[in-house]
Design a binder for this molecule. Structure first.
Ligand code: URA
Ligand code: SF4
Length: 205
C-alpha cells in the first residue's frame, strides 16, 4: 500500500475534484477505523486558511471540519477577533479521525509523523487551489506538519513566520486546548490569548 496520498491528487485539481479523490483515500491506515474522509470546507476565494489537527468524533460523523465543541470555540474566537467565518477555509493536517476506545467513547489519538506525511499532499493541494493570503496553524500538529517538526507553538505564537506557504503565516494554539483547561479562570485566560492571536490575523485581512 502507498504511504502517501500524493499519487491520488488529481493533476488539475479543483476543490470538488480534491474532495472526491480524498473520499477514497487509503494512503495510510487511518481510514480503517473512521466513518469517512473529512475534507476541508470553505470557499476557494477564502483569504485565510485555518488548519487543525484531525477531525474529531462529531466531524467524523458529520463529514465536515470543526463542527463539534472545538469548532464552536473557533467560531466564537473568530467572531471576537472580527474575522468573518465565511472568508475562512478550514481544514485539518489529517483527514481521518484517529481514535482509541474508552468505554463507549471514542477518544482522540494523536496522528503519527508518518500519518501526517501521508496526508500532507491533500493539505498541500488545498493550499495550491485556495492560495490563501494568510495561513493559520491551529496547534502543534498542524504547525509541525507544515513548518517542521521542531516548531514550538508556545514559543512562536502571535508572530509572523518565515514561510513560502502564504504571504502571511502564523501559528497559535488549538481551540481544544482551551476546552481541556481545568478551571474557568484558565479557560478564560487561554481564550483571551487565542483571540489576541487571531486579531493579529484580522489585522492583515
Ligand atoms: N479538531 C481539529 O483539529 N479539527 C477538527 O475538525 C475538529 C476538532
Ligand atoms: Fe488518506 Fe489522510 Fe485518510 Fe490517511 S488520513 S487515509 S492519508 S485521507
Amino acid at each position: 500500500m502507498a504511504d502517501s496520498a500524493a499519487d491520488l491528487v488529481p493533476s488539475r485539481p479543483s476543490l470538488p475534484k480534491l474532495r472526491e479523490a480524498a473520499a477514497g483515500c487509503r494512503a495510510c491506515r487511518l481510514w480503517e477505523d473512521a466513518t469517512q474522509t473529512v475534507f476541508g470546507a470553505g470557499r476557494r476565494s477564502s483569504v485565510a486558511m485555518f488548519v487543525g489537527e484531525q477531525p474529531g468524533d462529531r466531524e467524523d460523523r458529520e463529514g465536515a471540519p470543526f463542527v463539534g465543541p472545538a469548532g464552536r470555540l473557533l467560531d466564537e474566537a473568530l467572531l471576537l477577533a472580527g474575522i468573518d467565518r465565511r472568508s475562512a477555509y478550514v481544514t485539518n493536517a489529517v483527514k481521518h479521525f484517529k481514535w482509541e476506545p474508552r468505554g463507549k467513547r471514542r477518544i482522540h489519538a494523536k496522528p503519527s509523523w508518518s500519518e501526517l506525511a501521508a496526508c500532507r499532499p491533500w493539505l498541500e493541494a488545498e493550499l495550491a487551489v485556495v492560495r490563501p493570503r494568510v495561513l493559520v496553524c491551529l496547534g502543534a500538529t498542524a504547525a509541525q506538519s507544515l513548518l517542521g517538526r521542531r516548531f514550538r507553538v508556545t514559543q512562536q505564537r502571535e508572530q509572523w513566520l518565515e514561510s513560502d506557504l502564504a504571504e502571511h503565516v502564523t501559528a497559535t494554539i488549538h481551540p481544544s486546548s482551551i476546552l481541556r483547561q481545568q478551571d474557568d479562570e484558565s479557560r478564560h485566560r487561554e481564550m483571551e490569548a487565542f483571540v489576541a492571536d487571531l486579531k493579529l490575523v484580522a489585522s492583515v485581512l
